[in-house]
Design a protein around this ligand. Sequence first.
Ligand code: FAD
Ligand code: 2HG
Ligand code: ZN
Length: 511
Amino acid sequence: MLATASTVVVRRLPTRLRWTTRLASSTPPKFNSVTKEDIAHFSKILPPTSILTTLEPASASPSELEIFNNDWIGRFKGQSTTVLKPKTTEQVSQILKWCNERYIAVVPQGGNTGLVGGSVPLHDELVLSLANMNKVRSFDPVAGILVADAGCILQSLTDYVAPHNHIMPVDLGAKGSCQIGGNVSTNAGGLRLLRYGSLHGTVLGVEVVLPDGTILDQLTTLRKDNTGYDLKQLFIGAEGTLGVVTAVSILTPPAPQASNNVILALPSFNNVQPLFRQVKHHLSEILSAFEFIDRTAYDLAVKHGQGRALESDEVEGAECFVLVETSGGRREHDEEKLSDLLEDLLSAEQPLINTGVLAQNPAQFSSLWALREGVTEAVSKEGKAYKYDISIPLASFQEVVDGTRERLRQKGLLHDKAVKHVLGYGHVGDGNLHLNIVADAFLPEIQDALEPYIYEVVQSLRGSVSAEHGIGAMKTHALPYSKDKASIDLMYKIKKVFDPKGIMNPGKVLE
Ligand code: FAD
Ligand code: 2HG
Ligand code: ZN
């Protein structure tokens, strides 16, 4: 455990471990740029409306390609000339086969909401957008198993299963734009993981096109299947480096009959852990989320109009906030449990919370969630964000946030013209802290102050440098802080098996 915020104990990674494991990548393959001849070939596979290219005769302007070339946080920018939008798995197969033969690098792109620079080209790779593959293939209302094209937007799938009284097992702030194929490819965690577990458990099957055009049909709808190696798991979280996911089979849980939420204002971060214990004890099986935002995150969300601001007396003296959600089978029963919890919390001799605001209706329920889900949006409105998505012991959350802030202060970087805010929020129930550093601009001196410092802290806590957002292009150099050499070597070998020419999303996950 860390001593104090400013005296974080770190164990330096031996140099030997740092930049090893380039096994397969010491001579990066030379990729070809897309040419007019390639476009002529793609025109035999796709209708003209599915080909966006700035190559003459252009079908799109450079500005039309901007959204495909720029990542969500405005940190990575590619120069792709061509975006293809296939509608069928067969088309994806023919495109990849051609690209593989021609040594053209390919970036699969879903909703482009990824936060680690994985979804955009780094040079002029071809962008393969899944946006036109957006049909539900089947839904079994008895088993609750949904089979959908990879390009289906998460929110549209939520809307699709809702009339059948089911919900998606994954939910996140980007649900209006992200796609199920992108969710699976990043192994997105999100707001429901505490209750429904990770996609490694809820995804039952995938259909994937391999770089040589082979269609790998692993799209089963079986709950149990122990026939050898579970290959689909490799594609969950592969970030487009092994193949293109074209369809997903996923288990959707029954919709809870009743959902409630409450936001709790805490005088000190130290109370979060005992509060979590007490909340689990009281709510047991109906607890479905336990989300944390610190005061800076709360203030930014309110400043940028995300969700419902609490009354001033409700936030007075609050160092942080916790959003608790319950999802259960009987409204009266759940409400009673939640009220008992609040009563106990508030009547304690030394209360863990200052106050709690209980949503009274669906609008208030959504508004409390918007406050939590809206932090990322608020941060992006406030400035440029350095994002660290780490798994560390809950007890260290605040020390890591404070320690980072203190380090930036000591380096003279904590002022209006450099770093404006250091904030922490995230999924306490999953041990996942989102540490965001908001600056006026991305500056090398800020980057140098943050890295490898943060990764060394994470390593000293035996944590993970990426809890849920992935590695993308942003964290390839940081892998050795969480994975040993033997594991990374194996990852390179696996990559070689699936993608011997290395055309799939080069420069992502592995260097
Ligand atoms: P993209 O961003 O397009 O792609 C992400 C990666 O997957 C890239 O490497 C891409 O090449 C690859 N990929 C995409 N589609 C395919 C495919 N069909 N086949 C193969 N590879 C593919 N993430 C969380 O885990 N939890 C959160 O709570 C969360 N909240 C967010 C809130 C906001 C406001 C934003 C902007 C992002 C959030 N994210 C969160 C990150 C992001 O939304 C998720 O990683 C999401 O799963 C990405 O889906 P996407 O369709 O946008 O994928
Ligand atoms: C969340 O939990 C997302 O809100 C985004 O994972 C976190 O923007 C971030 O750092
Ligand atoms: Zn998150």
